[in-house]
Write a protein that binds this ligand. Structure first.
Ligand code: CAA
Length: 259
């Protein structure tokens, strides 16, 4: 494990691990953690050895309990606006738009900015003890790292309204019922399950996976025509070696050997 001040990372079996490492503060995201997240995601997104990423929190209690509230008191209106924009940029451009599958392994509290970080990931799985919520209205705020935009798309406007307006936390089982997480797993098996999902994805075509992520993201991007992105990507993939290998393998009744 390589250590930044607020997070740890490692690469093993083509998986990049990012672990928010502020356990005494329940992995709250201070501004320095945002800087380090930006740095490590830039690195993993461009490192060919990394084919997928697992994002989690240190310890057994929290994934991330939100933005660091202790840093809030001194922020001006302009600084707070910029903090929100920075969170949006990092979560959207580096996590959501990563060409590599990013799994949030939610191992405890995922609140406020912590849940918003998980919402930017491509896949979310949670441990049985996980609790999720957007409690910002109880601080006189609203979610600032994309929660008002991503949560309604994931669980529907009505359920998202209720979660955001009450600020209530929900448990892992309720999050599963709402479609907020894909699976609920015993805590000691959470990372192994995330690894298993990624290893399955790694047997598929890397270029196809990257194009699938881009096309799915385009569906929610008002500045893009998702149908066009899908059509362009579909055509583009016909020109790749992976396509030739995938179809040849199917016709020869063998397992494809991509790259
Ligand atoms: N920011 C800063 N410190 C935090 C924190 C946060 N978001 N969440 C927890 N901590 C700190 C606590 O202050 C405490 O530190 P000290 O020991 O120095 O006092 C330590 O972590 C342990 O926390 P608790 O003693 O509160 O632990 P608990 O088990 O009693 O409660 C909890 C756990 C319910 C998660 C509670 O800590 C909590 O409510 N945290 C705040 C959650 C929150 O409001 N998140 C939203 C932040 S705002 C935001 O994220 C804005 C945005 O959209 C970008």
């Amino acid at each position: 494990m390589v250590q930044y001040s607020n997070l740890k990372y490692a690469i093993k079996d083509h998986i990049g691990y990012v672990i928010i490492n502020r356990e005494p503060q329940l992995n709250a995201l201070n501004q320095e953690t945002l800087d380090e997240l930006q740095d490590i995601f830039k690195h993993f997104n461009s490192d060919d050895h990394v084919r997928g990423i697992i994002l989690t929190g240190a310890g057994h209690k929290a994934f991330a309990a939100g933005a660091d509230i202790k840093e809030f008191m001194d922020l001006s209106v302009i600084q707070a606006r910029w903090l929100s924009e920075r969170g949006h940029i990092i979560f959207t451009d580096l996590i959501e738009a990563s060409p590599k599958p990013v799994i949030a392994a939610i191992n405890g509290y995922a609140l406020g900015g912590g849940l918003e970080m998980a919402l930017a990931c491509h896949i979310r799985i949670a441990s049985e003890n996980a609790k999720m919520g957007l409690p910002e209205v109880s601080l006189g705020l609203i979610p600032g790292y994309g929660g008002t935009q991503r949560l309604p798309k994931l669980i529907g406007k009505g359920q998202a309204m209720q979660m955001i307006l009450t600020g209530d936390m929900i448990d892992a089982q309720r999050a599963y019922e709402l479609g907020l997480v894909n699976e609920v797993i015993a805590q000691d098996k959470l990372i192994a399950r995330a690894e298993e999902i990624l290893q399955k994805i790694f047997t598929r075509s890397r270029v196809a996976v990257a194009n699938a992520i881009a096309a799915i993201n385009a569906a929610e991007d008002k500045e893009q025509n998702g149908n066009k992105v899908e059509m362009d990507a579909f055509g583009h993939l016909f020109g790749t070696e992976d396509f030739k290998e995938g179809v040849s393998a199917f016709l020869a009744k063998r397992t494809p050997n991509f790259e």
